[in-house]
Ligand binder design. Structure first.
Ligand SMILES: CC(C)(COP(=O)(O)OP(=O)(O)OC[C@H]1O[C@@H](n2cnc3c(N)ncnc32)[C@H](O)[C@@H]1OP(=O)(O)O)[C@@H](O)C(=O)NCCC(=O)NCCS
Length: 157
């Protein structure tokens, strides 16, 4: 298997990022690229998952997650809008990206002690990926999502 790389998104990635999408039935889990990009601000940072020069996936790191959700403290990062473009799904990219996430975050975000995400209860594929990559189910549910209850998962950094 080829190595993948995680990088903070730069303007050079934008043409490829603008072309990313998930399948129609997956949009409820992450939204469209346009909906995702409006979340970016000083505290919510876009990242790309690269295979060589090709952007195959994307995610947001939310440094204010602990201020937005009562299940996280201020030293908690949030993983949001994680997806692999529909052209590249089923090739092991998500598994490898999640496995590489901890080392990337420890280096890029020192001072945070854990990363937390919520994943829809109707999205077992994503949950499985996160478990393979080192996230543990907290067995608590987040009920505030638009598409139904979500599992809260966390990984120590
Ligand atoms: C979930 C998602 C990230 C998986 O990406 P991917 O690159 O296709 O996943 P991988 O190829 O790395 O597969 C990882 C594991 O998940 C399993 N998997 C992937 N897609 C699956 C599916 N649709 N149904 C069942 N299992 C699936 C694979 O079999 C693999 O498990 P294994 O190693 O035990 O065989 C991708 O489908 C996606 O972007 N979905 C839409 C957005 C989304 O739901 N994001 C999560 C928001 S919390």
């Amino acid at each position: 298997m080829k190595e993948i790389e995680i990088q903070g998104m730069t303007p050079a990635h934008l043409p490829q990022v603008a072309e990313l999408s998930v399948a129609t039935e997956q949009v409820k889990f992450v939204g469209t690229m346009a909906e995702i990009l409006v979340n970016i601000d000083h505290a919510v940072h876009p990242h790309v998952i690269l295979d060589g020069d090709t952007v195959v996936g994307f995610f947001l790191i939310d440094t204010q997650y602990g201020h937005k959700y009562d299940f996280a403290d201020s030293a908690t990062l949030g993983l949001r809008a994680f997806f692999i473009d529909q052209r590249y799904q089923g090739k092991g990219y998500a598994r490898r990206a999640v496995l590489g996430l901890k080392a990337f975050l420890v280096s890029a975000y020192p001072g945070f002690h854990q990363i937390v995400l919520t994943v829809n209860c109707k999205n077992p594929a994503a949950r499985h990926c996160y478990e393979q990559g080192g996230f543990a189910d907290t067995h608590a549910l987040y009920l505030g999502g638009a598409a139904g209850p979500q599992h809260i998962m966390s990984m120590a950094l």
